[in-house]
Structure formats: C-alpha cells, structure tokens
Design a protein around this ligand. Structure first.
Ligand SMILES: Cc1cc2nc3c(=O)[nH]c(=O)nc-3n(C[C@H](O)[C@H](O)[C@H](O)COP(=O)(O)OP(=O)(O)OC[C@H]3O[C@@H](n4cnc5c(N)ncnc54)[C@H](O)[C@@H]3O)c2cc1C
Ligand SMILES: *[C@@H]1O[C@H](CO)[C@@H](O)[C@H](O)[C@H]1NC(C)=O
Ligand SMILES: *[C@@H]1O[C@H](CO)[C@@H](O)[C@H](O)[C@H]1NC(C)=O
Ligand SMILES: *[C@@H]1O[C@H](CO)[C@@H](O)[C@H](O)[C@H]1NC(C)=O
Ligand SMILES: *[C@@H]1O[C@H](CO)[C@@H](O)[C@H](O)[C@H]1NC(C)=O
Ligand SMILES: *[C@@H]1O[C@H](CO)[C@@H](O)[C@H](O)[C@H]1NC(C)=O
Ligand SMILES: *[C@@H]1O[C@H](CO)[C@@H](O)[C@H](O)[C@H]1NC(C)=O
Ligand SMILES: *[C@@H]1O[C@H](CO)[C@@H](O)[C@H](O)[C@H]1NC(C)=O
Ligand SMILES: *[C@@H]1O[C@H](CO)[C@@H](O)[C@H](O)[C@H]1NC(C)=O
Ligand SMILES: *[C@@H]1O[C@H](CO)[C@@H](O)[C@H](O)[C@H]1NC(C)=O
Ligand SMILES: *[C@@H]1O[C@H](CO)[C@@H](O)[C@H](O)[C@H]1NC(C)=O
Length: 630
C-alpha cells in the first residue's frame, strides 16, 4: 500500500508523485468566507489556488434571477441538500416535525408524520450552496449586517479591538456598492463588488389587508400610530436602513429589506462575478472547479505541524449531499502545495469535516476512525449554533393579496413576459426575493437590540426546508412568517465524521434547545403573540395553522428549522484552550502553522442577524490580517 502523503511527510519521507503545483496561498471554498479573500490576495499580487467543489453556474438563471432563489437552493448543480438532525438525542421529538424525511424501501423520499414501514430516517433537509460563490449564490439575498453590539462582543471576548464595530464597518464599506442611499452617505460603501438594494413594498401596501396588518405592527412593535391609509408614511418608515450607521438601527423596527441584488441588471450580486473579474483582469488567481478537497497536508516544523498543501479530487457529483452523487464515481486525486498558507473556507459543515479528515480534531473521534492525529483540537465540530426559525402560518377568510392576476407565467423563458422584462430591462417582479422583514425585541434580548427577526410573505402557506419546498405556489389567503430568534443561547450542535471517505457527508446534529431552552422558547412565544396581535388588529377573521394556540411551545419545538449555521471552529481569545476554541482572532488554527479558517464556522456565536453580510466582511478582514495590513 502506498503511504498517504500526509504520513509520508510527517515521517519526513520523500514521495514519488509528480511534483504538485505550488502557489502562495491555497484556499478551499469560494463562498462569503473564501471568495473575497481569494480575490483580495490575488489582487495584491500573491498567487492563489482556489479549490471549489462546485462548478461556475453564476450565469445560469437559477442563480442570477432572484425569483429562482428557492429553486437554486434545492437543485443540482447549484447546491447540496444535507439531511441533518434537529434533535439527534431525542428521536421522539425529531419525528414530530412533518418536515422530517425518510427514504422508503423503493428508494423514494417520504416527508411527513406517518412514514411507511421499513423507511430509513434521513433527517431534515438543510441546503448549502455548492458552486462558485458558495451559499451566497443560492441564498435568499437578505443582507442584514450584524448589530454593532455583536462586533463589540467579539472584540470584548477576545481582547482584539480590531473586531469592534468601527473597524468592521470600514471593511463592510470597502466591499459594498450601496445603491439605495445617496452616494457618500456615512456608513455605506459605493465602490465595492457587492451591490445592495432595498425592496420596494409600494405594490404590497396597495392591498388593504396587508397595509392594515403593518399599521397594527407599527403599534405592536414600535408603539407608533400609522394609519393604514397613509401609504406615504408607511413607505418612509419601511425604508429605514437596518444596515445604516445608526447604532440603534437594531432596536425594534419595521425596517426595510436590504438585498444583495444588482439594480442595473436585476441579477443576484455575489462574489462569483467578482472572482471571474479578478481572473479576467489578469491577477494570479487559479480557480479549480469541481474539486473536492479531502485533506490538508502537513510537514513537521520544529515540532509543530505546518500546513503545506491540500489533496483534492477532481470530478462532478462526488459529494453524497448532492443530487448528482454517484457512489461508483471517484475523482482524480491531485495535490497542490502552498508556499505560504492553506486557508479553509468550506463552510460550517465542511470545514470541520476536512479538518477531522486531516487529523485535526477531538482525539476519540479521530481514533475511532483510525485517523492519525496531527493536532488534538476538541473544539473542531463542536459548539455549532444557529438562529431558530419558527413558522407561524395563518389562513384568513379573505385573500391578503387582492389582485392575484399576474402576467408572470413562471416558465422563465421567452413566453414569460416577466422573464422578458428582467432579461431585456433588468426590472419587474422577478428581480425581488419577495416578502417582508422586520425586527422586534423580546423580553429575552440581552441588550437593546432586537433579538427577533420576522421574515414573512402573504400568499405563502409553508415555511421551512423539505424536499420540494421550492415548488411554492401563491395561496392568497395564507400568510407564512418565519420568526427568527437571533441571540440564541444554545451551542450544543455537532458535526461528526460518519466515514473517512471525504465524499460522505458528516453527521450533523443541531441539538435544538439543548441549552437555555426556556429563554429561546419564551422569545419565540412572544414573537408569535406579536404577530397574532397584528392579525387580530386587522379585524380579518383567520385561522392559526401553526403553532397551536393551546401549546405554543410544543408547536415551536416541533417545526423550528434554521439555515444560518456557525461556530464549528469557533474563535476565542489567545488564552482559550483547545477545548474552548479552534482559531485565534487572526483565524489561525490552534497548534498548527500556516493553516487558517475563514468562514462562518469561526463565529464565536451567530452574528446577530443574517450571516451572509457579516461573513463577507470577515473575509475582507482576513485579507488584511493575512497580508499584514492591519
Ligand atoms: C437556502 C439558503 C438561504 C439563505 N439565506 C440567507 C439570507 O437571505 N441572508 C443571509 O445572510 N444568509 C443566508 N443564508 C446563509 C448564508 O448564505 C451563509 O451563512 C454563508 O454563505 C456562509 O458562508 P461560508 O463561506 O461560511 O460558506 P458557504 O457559503 O457555504 O461556502 C462554502 C463553499 O465551500 C465549498 N466547499 C465545501 N466543501 C468543500 C470541499 N470539501 N472542497 C472544496 N470546496 C468545498 C462549497 O461548495 C461552497 O462553495 C442562506 C443559506 C442558504 C443555503
Ligand atoms: C445577468 O444574468 C444573466 C444570466 O442569467 C446574464 O446573461 C447577464 O449577463 C447578467 N447581467 C450582468 C450585468 O451580469
Ligand atoms: C423528547 O421529546 C419529547 C417530545 O417533546 C419529550 O416529551 C421528552 O421529554 C423528550 N425526552 C428527553 C429525554 O428530553
Ligand atoms: C415508492 O413508493 C411510494 C409509495 O407507495 C410511491 O409513491 C413512489 O412513487 C414509489 N417510488 C418508486 C421509485 O417506485
Ligand atoms: C455600483 O452599482 C451601480 C448600480 O448597479 C453601477 O452602476 C456602478 O457601476 C457600480 N459601481 C462599481 C464600482 O461597481
Ligand atoms: C381609510 O380610508 C377609508 C376610505 O377612504 C376609510 O373608510 C377608512 O376608515 C380609513 N381607515 C383608516 C384606518 O383611516
Ligand atoms: C392587477 O394586476 C395586473 C397585473 O399586474 C394589472 O395588469 C391589473 O391592472 C391589476 N388590476 C387591478 C384592478 O389593479
Ligand atoms: C416556455 O416553457 C413552457 C413550459 O415549459 C413551454 O410550454 C413553452 O413552450 C416555452 N416557451 C418557449 C417560447 O420556449
Ligand atoms: C425599464 O427600466 C427602467 C429603469 O431602469 C424603468 O424606468 C422602466 O420602467 C423599465 N421598463 C419597463 C417596461 O418596465
Ligand atoms: C439602552 O437604551 C437605553 C435607553 O435609550 C440607554 O440608556 C442605555 O444606555 C442603552 N444600553 C446599552 C447597553 O446600549
Ligand atoms: C417541482 O415540481 C415540478 C413540476 O411538478 C417537478 O418536475 C420537480 O421535480 C419538482 N421539484 C422538486 C425539487 O420537487
């Protein structure tokens, strides 16, 4: 048997493969964590090799057209669909969720509460982007930057003031091209790669029921009276900027929905285009698509392991979480060497998987899989967190959306006038993700910021991920809202290896509500009460579909889901032990030289609101740290 490269190198032996290619930096993963970093390092003149498991589908309408967002998150070749456990330690509770999915004996999936005999439990579907630009190419494009308090928390926790909100704001401004406030507005950037817009709700507010609901919510959330007839005042309030420089921007507010959308083309804005522009501009960036990283390679450096390269497989459909996965396929194995550093940016599930496959992780788990230990780091794959999203769904006795006639055919081709409008003019109904968002503060917030985010859409009857979720049709009497609990206080999630085969997705267990359940359930119950007060105030009769009024907490436990996973390689102060933290504030993996992690897995806790904007900003920070510019 040929010894693996890692053992050969650790033993100081030479190896007989063809000399691998060599670059200054090797980065794994091109999402919000890895993408801007790769672009910035290459623009500074360093040679960069970027390994991305997916292909470049950024010009496919499934990614470019905002209206196709849910489709892209559920379909190859854009994304992977993991199946995760929400309650891996409580099967009874896990299976009370109708979204829980099984594989039937004939191979088909079953989602529901009454699985046929012999069906194998799979878990809850959890999509992730697997494409150039990462999950930001398939996500819902909501761009809500973190509250100042969240940045200052990291600075305080770690003693590294460069994580404070002022420095992070500067980096946000560098990457942003804000198109919804006047040029020069403090706190926003206008020259960056990420274009931001604000949703326009004027049409929504033409529906009296919707306007009436918002009028009620202004009273419930902010204590202000706004007449449902005063559409100008509604529009003014809804345009308040959750990403502005005001430190009170996260106090309970019905504020605007900011998006990562290019208003000129009506296309999604992300880092994929930027990466392609960097390559086209002649900068030394090499992107290796359809390349699944399987292992970091090390050599011994004065008694400490030093990352010197990455081993990866080239091929399509290599990963088991993908719909194109074919067990019989193995890719061509290649290696690439890093002169300076290796940076892992494969996301919250894959970064810990790669670390563990490389021998960096908890001792017992590595021993169980006979993986030689390079560095004992128990924090890898531990402390996973997420924002909870609890659905609240109602069906009213009359339609919320009065005028349901629409020219859109949803065929997204030349016979679809809405598609043509987007294609020819960059405008129309398809250029928005749809729905509303606003924040509110429950009694459980740990500061003045809102700890609740409401993401809802009249006309929707479902909320959450399950096979087929993206096939939503408009049902005008329904209104589904995802009540997002930020500032969650449960860090009991885990990512563990199921196999030493890098093609096999790990076991992901969120262990929902394992810690501080009362706090989070109380906040979500208050969230439900706020929404119900709003619906009650409209005077429109309605039926509450979920959660049940009689046992709201159980309903929240049963149907909560999430999609902002973080912290599987969390950051801590220099004094943190390997049990407590995985990287330091400069993204360096503890106990290893020349290896960093830059992605959502390093957040000490979920960064308040939505992770996309903050993770992009983290990548900008890592660029400065690595280039020594800080
Ligand atoms: C459906 C959906 C909707 C969302 N909506 C929002 C939203 O509206 N707003 C928001 O702020 N956030 C949203 N998010 C979350 C947000 O997109 C993520 O938090 C963010 O993208 C995380 O960035 P990342 O760089 O850590 O990981 P990712 O973006 O997941 O990037 C990781 C990259 O690494 C690649 N990769 C993984 N493993 C390997 C490997 N072994 N070898 C090579 N490459 C590998 C992947 O293909 C991927 O491109 C959503 C996510 C999803 C899936
Ligand atoms: C918008 O996306 C489409 C592909 O769906 C592409 O043809 C077009 O060039 C994009 N526009 C810009 C400005 O990127
Ligand atoms: C598991 O979940 C069920 C349903 O919520 C609950 O009744 C039970 O107490 C839970 N068991 C444990 C051990 O937490
Ligand atoms: C498997 O069985 C289910 C239930 O009987 C059926 O709906 C489904 O079509 C079957 N799938 C295949 C591939 O035969
Ligand atoms: C910023 O966005 C606007 C609107 O799409 C565009 O016209 C402009 O060229 C962009 N600026 C940069 C520096 O990319
Ligand atoms: C809004 O206007 C309508 C008719 O113009 C009126 O009947 C209704 O009372 C008004 N509602 C509010 C809340 O002012
Ligand atoms: C309803 O919407 C359609 C399509 O947007 C529009 O053409 C029509 O004028 C609207 N009708 C009314 C009564 O508002
Ligand atoms: C558009 O798609 C629909 C549904 O797939 C199809 O019936 C129609 O013929 C297509 N039209 C064009 C012009 O391609
Ligand atoms: C085309 O876009 C411009 C703005 O870019 C807009 O003013 C105009 O109304 C759009 N045309 C149509 C037919 O929607
Ligand atoms: C919270 O708000 C109150 C009232 O505006 C203010 O006095 C207090 O300083 C704020 N607390 C924090 C931690 O910002
Ligand atoms: C969505 O529905 C279409 C048409 O019914 C079907 O072809 C497709 O497979 C469905 N997609 C998913 C992901 O279930």
């Amino acid at each position: 048997m040929i010894p693996t490269l890692v053992t050969a190198l650790l033993a100081g032996g030479s190896f007989a493969y063809a000399a691998p290619e060599e670059y200054d930096y090797v980065i794994v993963g091109s999402g919000p964590g890895g993408g801007p970093l790769a672009a910035n390092l290459a623009s500074s003149g360093a040679s960069v090799f970027l390994i991305e498991a997916g292909g470049d589908n950024s010009r496919d309408i499934a990614q470019a057209l905002p209206a196709r967002q849910a489709f892209s998150a559920e379909n190859a070749p854009h994304s992977w669909q993991y199946f995760v456990e929400h309650y891996g330690n409580n099967e009874t509770q896990a299976r009370r969720d109708w979204k829980y999915t099984y594989r039937q004996t004939n191979g088909s999936l079953y989602t529901g509460l009454d699985p046929p005999a012999g069906a194998t439990p799979l878990g809850n579907m959890y999509p992730r982007g697997a494409t150039l630009g990462g999950s930001a190419q398939v996500n819902a494009m909501n761009l809500a930057w973190a509250p100042d308090n969240e940045w200052d928390y990291i600075a305080e926790l770690t003693g590294d003031s460069t994580w404070g909100h002022e420095n992070m704001r500067r980096l946000f401004m560098e990457m942003e091209n804000c198109t919804y406030v006047p040029h020069g507005t403090p706190g926003h950037g206008f020259d960056g790669f990420l274009q931001t817009t604000i949703s326009n709700h004027d049409r929504d507010m033409m529906n009296p029921g919707i306007a009436s609901f918002f009028s009620e919510m202004f009273r419930v959330v902010e204590g202000i009276e706004v007449s449902a007839n005063d559409t100008a005042e509604m529009a003014r309030l809804i345009a308040r900027d959750v990403n502005g420089i005001e430190s009170d921007r996260y106090e309970s507010k019905i504020s605007g929905r900011m998006n990562a959308i290019n208003p000129s083309s009506g296309n999604r804005s992300g880092v994929a285009d930027h990466l392609n522009n960097i390559v086209a501009g002649g900068h030394p960036l090499t992107i290796s698509l359809n390349s699944l990283a399987q292992k970091v390679l090390f050599e011994d450096c004065e008694g400490t392991p030093k990352a010197i390269g990455v081993e990866y497989q080239v091929g399509e459909g290599l990963y088991s979480a993908g719909q194109q996965y074919d067990e019989s396929q193995t890719g061509e194995v290649k290696t690439v060497r890093a002169k300076k550093e290796v940076i892992l940016s494969a996301g919250t599930f894959n970064t810990p998987q790669i670390l563990k496959l490389s021998g960096v992780g908890p001792r017992d788990e590595l021993e169980e899989h006979n993986i030689p230990i390079v560095a004992e780091l128990p924090a890898v794959g531990n402390f996973m967190q997420d924002n909870y999203e609890a659905p609240l769904i109602i069906r009213a006795s009359e339609p919320w959306i009065v005028n349901t006639s629409s020219p859109c055919t949803n065929t997204f081709n030349a016979s679809d006038p809405c598609f043509l409008l987007w294609q020819n003019n960059g405008t129309g109904p398809y250029t928005s993700g749809g729905g509303f968002y606003f924040t509110a503060r429950s009694s459980q917030s740990w500061d003045n910021d809102s700890d609740l985010f409401f993401l809802g859409a009249p006309g929707r009857s479902r909320s959450g991920f399950f096979p087929g979720y993206s096939n939503g049709t408009v049902e005008p009497n329904y209104w589904a809202t995802s009540m997002i609990k930020m500032q969650t206080s449960n860090a009991a999630g885990t990512v563990k290896l199921l196999s030493t085969d890098p093609r096999i997705a790990p076991a992901i267990n969120f262990n929902y509500f394992a810690e501080n359940a009362d706090r989070d359930l109380q906040a979500l119950t208050e969230a439900a009460e706020m929404l119900l007060a709003g619906y009650d105030g409209t005077g429109i009769p309605y039926e509450l579909i979920t959660p049940s009024r009689d046992n709201m907490r159980q309903g929240i436990l049963d149907e909560s889901f999430s999609h902002h996973a973080t912290s599987t390689c969390r950051m801590g102060p220099d004094s943190a032990t390997v049990e407590e933290a995985c990287v330091d504030t400069k993204f360096r993996v503890k106990g290893i030289k020349s290896l960093r992690v830059v992605d959502a897995s390093v957040w000490p806790r979920v960064p308040g609101a939505f992770p996309n904007g903050p993770t992009f900003t983290m990548s900008m920070k890592a660029s400065e740290v690595i280039l020594g510019l800080e």
